[in-house]
Ligand binder design. Sequence first.
Ligand SMILES: Nc1nc2c(ncn2[C@@H]2O[C@H](COP(=O)(O)OP(=O)(O)OP(=O)(O)O)[C@@H](O)[C@H]2O)c(=O)[nH]1
Ligand SMILES: [Mg+2]
Length: 240
Amino acid sequence: MPADPEVSLILPTFNERTCLGMLHERIESALERYPHEIIVVDDGSPDGTAHRVRELSSDGPYHLVLRDRRRGLGSAVVEGIGRSRGSAIAVMDADGSHPPELLPALVEPVLHREAEFVLGSRRVPGGDYEGLTPLRTVTSWVASRAARGLTTVQDPMSGFLTVRREVLDRAPLRATGFKIGLEIITKCRPAPILEVPFHFGPRLAGRSKLTAVTVVDYVRQLSDLYRWRAAADGRDSRTR
Ligand SMILES: Nc1nc2c(ncn2[C@@H]2O[C@H](COP(=O)(O)OP(=O)(O)OP(=O)(O)O)[C@@H](O)[C@H]2O)c(=O)[nH]1
Ligand SMILES: [Mg+2]
């Protein structure tokens, strides 16, 4: 049996056939120095994303997790984590907004145990969010402020991250909502957390999957996370 990879890259996809093809070589050259696996969790994309992944697997360590229907970004990431074997688990959007060239900077501190969680951040010096429309920029700012009671990271809305595998054993992830990074930070309390700046560009092709439902889901996810944190703080103070 092949040795476990050091790095598992999870790519959630819904209709990202074109983008995946464009990202393939960039991902491979970013990760070539680490034994790695690439887990694509596709929700039965009508555009043939799964077929593209099967083609790419002749040229890279791809694993396809194919689900029958659209079940949401958070749930896709949690499913990918469940299938992964690496000691560093990286999560990246498959639309090109997240530059694969940043992966070594996200992965190295986790592999060397300098951080338990590394976040690609648009809100620390050197980072930006050119890829967001003005309305999305405001929405993202409001959503980030709303998460202030849960974390001090500057960009809690970012989904570009790497986490050490054992951190995820500290709490079950619920897999609802879009913001898996915020859920991991709130429930599993990784420390230290590093934020690495990156340029958040526009998607390379295809259409955004963000809808009004995503915003409602975020509000629900946020209230669940505040409740979780209050209960955990209560438990901590009783055991002190
Ligand atoms: N498997 C799966 N992947 C999803 C789902 N929804 C979104 N994704 C993927 O999650 C990633 C982020 O989705 P995007 O549509 O880019 O959302 P976003 O980055 O918040 O929005 P934009 O900036 O407008 O692109 C992309 O790789 C999507 O294909 C889903 O329901 N299931
Ligand atoms: Mg995107």
